[in-house]
Design a binder for this molecule. Structure first.
Ligand code: B16
Ligand code: MG
Length: 213
């Protein structure tokens, strides 16, 4: 099969910002007296900011919060998170990832991002990868979170490709589900490698080159 495009999840695939999400949510949760640990943080992978807040608030024992109050909390978390992202640099991306992206481009494959994050562009700029992407589909152009396929369908559309001509690279099961729901071909890395619906199992990032030979 000759695939024409590839759509990458960001966190957990290209960069690893869970630790920053954790620190930022932890600061907010501590201030509100809400229990929060690494295990709960793990449930936030690939989940949108507001859905992440709802998961954290499952353990909140105060009076119900209005939408406006929730927005304030989410914005506070995001400000802390953005401060932490400021420390990112090209050294936060491995040579393997950078070289593989370049080689995919050399082979004429179109590359898009497909991330739930509204900070995706900022992160790609900080690590100096933005120029390797032909399109960016992220949290700023979607209304529904993974496992809904919207973010990946937009990615394919931005590349001018049909979904079935695209491979999606994901580290979260919900992202694999989203790729399948969108009619794309999921490649799983990390935890998603062995998910039941993963079509291509990646032991390492550069294994992607085998799909595009
Ligand atoms: P933001 P991905 C996701 O990115 C993260 O995995 C998830 O933990 C985060 O809550 C979400 O982005 C929204 O991020 O607050 O920056 O908009 O894995 O889809 O690249
Ligand atoms: Mg991810």
């Amino acid at each position: 099969m000759n695939y024409k495009g590839i759509i990458f999840d960001l966190d957990g695939v290209i960069v690893f910002t869970d630790k920053y999400h954790y620190q930022a949510w932890k600061t907010v949760a501590d201030e509100m007296g809400i229990y929060f640990d690494e295990q709960i943080n793990h449930r936030l992978r690939g989940v949108s900011r507001m859905d992440s807040l709802d998961i954290i608030l499952e353990r909140y024992e105060g009076a119900p919060l209005s939408q406006e109050e929730k927005n304030v909390i989410a914005e506070k978390k995001n400000n802390i998170y953005r401060e932490l992202l400021q420390t990112m640099s090209p050294a936060d991306v491995t040579d393997e990832v950078r070289d593989t992206l370049k080689e995919l481009r050399n082979r004429g494959i179109k590359i898009s991002l497909g991330s739930s994050s509204k900070n995706a562009k900022f992160i790609l700029e900080k690590v100096e990868l933005i120029d390797l992407f032909d399109a960016i589909s992220d949290g700023t152009n979607i209304t529904r979170s993974k496992p809904d396929p919207e973010v990946f369908l937009k990615g394919a559309e931005f590349l001018g490709l049909n979904p079935e001509d695209c491979v999606v690279v994901e580290d979260a099961d919900a992202g694999i589900e989203a790729a399948v729901a969108g009619g794309m071909h999921p490649a799983g890395i990390g935890e998603a490698r062995d998910y039941v619906k993963t079509e291509f199992k990646l032991d390492t990032f550069s294994d992607l080159l085998k799909i595009f030979e």
